[in-house]
Ligand binder design. Structure first.
Ligand code: SAM
Length: 281
């Protein structure tokens, strides 16, 4: 997978070099280019913004800067081709991590029937469609994703409209709140997407059981010791009875979902045992 990020704060994207993403870079599963948008600014001050048409507060990012930058990112040309890719922040040991499981099938998500001849352009904006785990799954099979980080009041809308000639464009929000810029949203989206790329997580089953994968929130997790500060791990987890443990986990997942995100239950197909758990819980 190839990621290109256009931003006026390239240093904000430094976390993409760390931990599992850094390891994916090292394994050549992932390559990332972070590009300073000001390289496409043409005036003496390298300005990327201007006052809003029609008046109002703040500044809007200029189309004459974003247009050529996105053209180059789609084509891998100009300053985009000249930027060095991110390297991993720290070399990772070739030994498997403790949760790497031999023989666990890697899961690739469906690519759907969308024409993928154009790269995907993700434009973070609070006015976009909410980003979901289903998006992360779908995008985990993309070959090339370009991210356009807005600042100020955002990017001139014509940039997004024009980009549709070269990209499949998605305006996405990471939540109902307003950030200062798109960089943090890119970190969120990139991490959620890349961890689903086959080979990135040591133990594939860990994301197959994650919250949202089956439409529910995941229930609580425990590790050793069995007793800590007077609190015991639920007894069923020490029983060794895997059918019972699976049922308990499903019940916990249902009960937590009902308590925290009851609307999610509407979209889930419930078995008789699920209904019983909800009635009794
Ligand atoms: N004027 C815009 C509005 O009200 O919709 C907000 C612009 S915001 C201050 C600046 C930039 O931060 C946006 O262009 C976008 O890149 C990013 N941003 C802010 N909140 C976001 C969110 N919830 N999801 C994704 N990106 C966000």
């Amino acid at each position: 997978m190839r990621l290109d990020v256009l931003t006026i704060f390239p240093e904000y994207l430094e976390p993409l070099r760390h931990a599992l993403l850094g390891k994916a870079i090292e394994q050549k599963i992932l390559s990332i280019g972070v590009h300073d948008l000001r390289q496409w600014a043409t005036d003496r001050h390298k300005s990327v913004d201007d006052t809003p048409m029609g008046g109002g507060p703040g500044m809007v990012m200029k189309p004459e800067v974003w247009g050529p930058a996105l053209d180059d990112a789609a084509a891998g040309a100009g300053p985009v081709a000249e930027t060095l890719d991110l390297t991993t922040a720290s070399p990772h040991l070739s030994a498997p991590r403790h949760d790497d499981l031999a023989g666990v099938d890697t899961q690739t998500y469906e690519t759907g029937d969308e024409d993928r001849s154009k790269p995907l352009l993700l434009v973070p904006t609070p006015a976009g469609k909410p980003f979901t785990q289903a998006d992360a799954q779908a995008w985990s099979t993309e070959e090339h994703i370009v991210f356009a980080c807005g600042r100020y009041e955002g990017i001139d809308q014509r940039v997004v409209d024009d980009a549709a000639n070269r990209y499949r464009v998605r305006e996405v929000s990471i939540g109902d709140y307003v950030l200062i810029g798109g960089e943090v949203a890119v970190l969120v989206i990139a991490e959620a997407v890349v961890r689903l790329v086959p080979g990135v997580l040591g133990n594939q089953s860990s994301h197959q059981e994650d919250s949202f994968s089956d439409g529910l929130l995941e229930g609580p997790s425990y590790t050793k010791p069995r007793s800590w500060r007077g609190l015991d791990v639920p007894e069923v987890l020490t029983s060794g009875n895997h059918a019972l443990i699976d049922r308990w986990r499903r019940d916990q997942s249902l009960l937590r979902t009902r308590a925290v995100r009851p609307e999610l239950l509407d979209a889930v197909e419930l078995s008789a045992a699920d209904r019983r758990a909800l009635e009794q819980g």
